[in-house]
Design a protein around this ligand. Structure first.
Ligand code: NAG
Ligand code: NAG
Ligand code: NAG
Ligand code: NAG
Ligand code: NAG
Ligand code: NAG
Ligand code: NAG
Ligand code: NAG
Ligand code: NAG
Ligand code: NAG
Length: 478
């Protein structure tokens, strides 16, 4: 009933009759060194996009939380709903257009010169409904761009060249590996087919995970060539096969659960905790709340994963095995205490969207989109939205065991239908993209200040002059 089909989409055969990708020369001007959150203490950057077609860069005053709109582009297409960047050069930005079909331009590579976004390369994921993309954290010479196709029942992995180019749409010279899924779930409206909602790799870059909302599982992959990777990519030689994936046993959730998004957390030892994301951003590990020696020793270097299931309204906690890539379930909680408009029998129907972990590892947050009753049976698009109870739920996290307690509290998300939210790696700010109701009301971009002692949230900015935002990511921070 469930299976994975692998296919290669090799787009460079015309060149010389074999599938070795060519090294496309680009003549990009040299940019001034990128000034990011990692070097600006007073101004962090926030990227936001959504179904208005606007992709905007904002700065935040890291003392007041005040946002400033720096620049905006409409070059990413009608639905720039997710972005990812090269963690070692965050000026290279990859943005999906989830409104575009499989054969259309649905990925764009932008560069940033400190003032403007420049669309340097329209590209393709080869997937219908590309909702997510991820610049691989793999620690090897090969750079891979991973994408998930909600409509395509498939994910893809694309080899980037040394210029970080997608090399496909414009040059007809890329390699895309595509992995298709079968399977469905009991919720006929939402689980008619496999619905890959995200593709994300482990912090050590060894394994790749695909929460599949339609098929009630998380697909697990490893890189097919992970042990031989380091020699490849040198001397200008590119080998697309470095981005090939190999399927391992999936992780199953309960039937009807609808896995959507997940986040990893790695604890450090004596110096306190860190979010592995924070480390990638280049900052020193935070030590806001150093763990006791015993707790530190027990938890050091252990990685945990937290998975949000949209249809079941749960957050599932897992330990991560860095040898096998397997995730072992250690805990499970509903993401709301209050249900829909205070109806505690409606705990499942809160459509949680995004998990976030504080850099010190003490708190986990989940964005809840409280859909009305009817939404349980029919698609989001076909229903109105409840809206009143949209929240960011707070859980405490045990530093030793990784287990969650909560929700301890639910804070307003600052609008309706928070499709995405992100926690800055400084631990102090959550940005929320409130997509709004179907009639457009309740859309906002909100900034919530985090009390790093208690975990409590307080709204400090709400921009409601914005249409259908779907993504609000702290650029370079995750
Ligand atoms: C945000 O900054 C603008 C421009 O500097 C200023 O006019 C406004 O009062 C500030 N708002 C807050 C909430 O600090
Ligand atoms: C930023 O300003 C531009 C116009 O200059 C606008 O198109 C865009 O929607 C704004 N972004 C936000 C998040 O307000
Ligand atoms: C995309 O292109 C392929 C190959 O040309 C074709 O088989 C398929 O029907 C196209 N899909 C759409 C949605 O146009
Ligand atoms: C954690 O990893 C660091 C860096 O690899 C290492 O120095 C340290 O000994 C490890 N700690 C434990 C408890 O394994
Ligand atoms: C990881 O899985 C392997 C194989 O099942 C097992 O031998 C090993 O003990 C596991 N590691 C941890 C840390 O659980
Ligand atoms: C609460 O939810 C249950 C389950 O969906 C429903 O049967 C009941 O009518 C709801 N109660 C109210 C007051 O809406
Ligand atoms: C974390 O879990 C451990 C093991 O169950 C327990 O001993 C400890 O008290 C917990 N810590 C907190 C702060 O609850
Ligand atoms: C943060 O929470 C702590 C503990 O509840 C409280 O004592 C402190 O006043 C709060 N800080 C702010 C700025 O609200
Ligand atoms: C939206 O509102 C914010 C906050 O009032 C303001 O700074 C910004 O310029 C507005 N954007 C547009 C496009 O009007
Ligand atoms: C599955 C896969 O892509 N394997 C590749 C691993 O690397 C060698 C050498 O580059 C290739 O020949 C294989 O095809």
């Amino acid at each position: 009933m469930f299976g994975i089909t692998v296919s290669f989409v090799v787009l460079c055969l015309a060149l010389s009759g074999h599938a070795q990708p060519i090294n496309v020369k680009e003549t990009l001007p040299h940019h001034a060194p990128f000034q990011t959150a990692t070097t600006h203490l007073s101004s962090y950057l926030l990227l936001t996009g959504g179904y208005s077609g606007d992709l905007s860069v904002l700065s935040i005053d890291s003392t007041t939380g005040n946002l400033t709109n720096l620049t905006s582009t409409r070059q990413a297409g009608a639905g720039p709903s997710w972005a990812s960047w090269n963690p070692s050069d965050v000026s290279k930005l990859y943005v999906v257009n989830d409104n575009a079909g499989a054969n259309a331009t649905n990925l764009h590579r932008f560069t940033w010169d400190g003032a403007k976004l420049r669309d340097v390369e329209p590209g393709r994921s080869e997937l219908e409904g590309t909702v997510h993309t991820r610049y691989s954290r793999r620690k090897s010479a090969a750079s891979c761009l991973l994408s998930a196709g909600y409509g395509a029942k498939a994910v893809s992995s694309q080899a980037l060249d040394q210029q970080q180019s997608l090399r496909n749409a414009k040059t007809s010279a890329g390699v895309t590996y595509k992995y298709s899924f079968s399977g469905k779930g009991p919720n006929t409206a939402r689980q008619d087919q496999s619905r890959p909602h995200e593709i994300i790799d482990s912090p050590d870059g060894k394994f790749v995970y695909v929460p599949d909302l339609g098929a009630d599982r998380v697909h697990v992959f490893r890189y097919a060539n992970s042990t031989t990777s380091d020699a490849v990519g040198q001397n200008g030689k590119q080998d697309g096969s470095q981005c090939a994936l190999e399927a391992l046993a999936p992780i199953k959730t309960a039937a009807g659960d609808g896995p959507r998004h997940m986040a990893f957390f790695t604890a450090t030892d004596q110096t306190g905790s860190r979010n592995s994301n924070a480390k990638r951003g280049g900052r020193a590990p935070l030590s806001l709340h150093p763990m006791g020696t015993t707790a530190a020793a027990a938890a050091a270097n252990k990685t945990y994963a937290y998975l949000v299931t949209e249809l079941g309204g749960t957050i599932r906690s897992f330990t991560y095995n860095s040898t096998t890539g397997q995730l072992s379930l250690i805990g499970l909680a509903q993401t709301t205490r209050t249900g829909i408009q205070g109806n505690s029998t409606e705990l499942a129907n809160v459509a949680p969207s995004e998990p976030m972990i504080s850099p010190d590892g003490r708190f986990v947050y989940v964005a809840n989109r409280h859909l009305p009753h009817a939404a349980k049976q029919s698609s989001r698009a076909a229903t109105g939205r409840g809206g009143q109870d949209d929240s960011i739920a707070l859980f405490s996290r045990n530093l030793t065991t990784g287990l969650l307690t909560g929700p301890l509290a639910q804070y307003s998300s600052g609008g309706r239908n928070p499709r995405h939210a992100s926690l800055h790696s400084d631990g102090k700010w959550i940005a929320v993209a409130n997509q709004g109701d179907d009639d457009g009301t309740g859309a906002s971009l909100a900034v919530l200040r985090v009390n790093v002692t208690s975990g409590a949230l307080e709204e400090v900015q709400r921009w409601d002059n914005i249409t259908s935002p779907a993504f609000a990511g702290w650029w370079g921070s995750s």
